[in-house]
Design a protein around this ligand. Structure first.
Ligand code: A2P
Length: 340
């Protein structure tokens, strides 16, 4: 209401007006989502009050020439959350697809991520600008520190990145630059990705202006991370599940897991839908990636699993040694997850 009155009153400096207009449109957009879908949460509420849709289209490994069509298919199917990153090298095509969809930008929750090469505080705002420009938007809903690893400006003679171990261990300076992005109105929420409990506790032991709203991590049947999930819930940090089907390397095996196939057959849904639903039922955002239109559509349909089936799946997932798909620790010279 305040925003509406202010917009009508005129005479406000144009920067402030456009910020108010953005807030107002935002309230009309993402905020009008239905509360549940298939008996599961359709969104979670972030500390800012913003609603983050529980199922997003994941854009990692979606190549240029494919990703735009996937985004358009997703938005047509009802997705309102697109998970991307500067490092995926496809933000321009994602942005163009969002525009072409005709859906107001404010109705779509857009995530991007700060790449490792831009952790020095002075580099944070300029590289966000690059993402904003490529996406063709004037704000991002959620901006994450992509990895708890800061790269130095110089590379090895072979062209390999070199980690700045001091800035990697003490992320606070980078975080303060992220907080400034919120104050500038160009980012609505900030968070991290690939952080373990120790690294998050290390960051949040500083006097933060904004707490990390989200931690995006690899979560799947193969790597379910029950301790991190329980800790995150207790500490008010929402987890987002990337590679939720096991990514390219593991998806085939994951969709053939007997427990998953049995539940799919009993409920008359697909194994992918069982797993995507399981993630939401665990209380996380889920980011399935697909560039295949029928799969993009299928992956958006979630269903609350009967409690005994959910419990059986959870038990099966946590009863085998965890296996990650994504671990660049060796290449970057940093033990990222510190779990092996
Ligand atoms: P594609 O993009 O060719 O459709 P994750 O979400 O865990 O990262 O997994 C992504 C991989 O899973 C991609 O290879 C994607 O293939 C495939 N995939 C996504 N959704 C489905 C589905 N519903 N059924 C089978 N494979 C899928």
């Amino acid at each position: 209401m305040v925003a509406a009155l202010a917009l009508r009153s005129g005479g406000i400096a144009s920067g402030a007006t456009s910020r108010l207009k953005g807030v107002w449109n935002h309230l009309r957009g993402v905020q009008t989502l239905a509360e549940t879908r298939g008996g599961l949460p359709n969104y979670y509420v972030l500390p800012s009050g913003d609603k983050i849709p529980s199922v997003a289209l994941g854009c990692w490994r979606a190549r240029e020439g494919e990703v735009g069509n996937a985004v358009k298919t997703a938005l047509k199917a009802g997705y309102r959350h697109i998970d991307g990153a500067w490092a995926y090298e496809n933000e321009a095509e994602v942005g163009a697809a969002i525009k072409e969809s005709g859906i107001p930008r404010e109705e779509i929750f857009i995530t991007s991520k700060l790449w490792n090469s831009y952790h020095y505080p002075e580099d944070v705002a300029p590289i966000l600008e690059d993402s904003l420009q490529k996406l063709g938007v004037d704000y991002i809903d959620l901006y994450l520190i992509h990895f708890p690893v800061a790269f130095k400006k110089e590379r090895t003679p072979e062209g390999k990145p070199v980690a700045d171990l001091e800035l990697t261990e003490n992320t606070y300076a980078t975080w303060q630059a992220m907080e400034k992005l919120v104050d500038s109105g160009k980012v609505r929420n900030i968070g991290v990705s690939n952080f373990n409990i120790r690294r998050l506790t290390n960051l949040t032991s500083n006097p933060l202006k904004y707490q990390p709203a989200v931690n995006q991590v690899e979560l799947s049947f193969g790597n379910p991370q029950p301790e991190l999930l329980a800790w995150s819930k207790k500490n008010g940090i929402l987890l987002e599940a990337y590679s939720p089907l096991g990514s390219t390397e593991q998806v085939k095996q994951t969709l053939q897991i007997p427990e998953v196939v049995a539940i799919a057959n009993e409920l008359g849904i697909t194994p992918a839908q069982v797993l995507i639903s399981w993630h939401v039922q665990r209380g996380t955002v889920v980011l399935p990636k697909s560039v295949t239109p029928s799969r993009v559509e299928q992956n958006f349909q979630i269903f609350k699993l009967p409690q005994d089936k959910f419990d059986a799946l959870e038990k099966a997932a946590v009863s085998h040694p965890p296996k990650r798909v994504v671990d660049p620790s060796g290449a970057w010279g940093v033990n990222i997850y510190e779990d092996q």
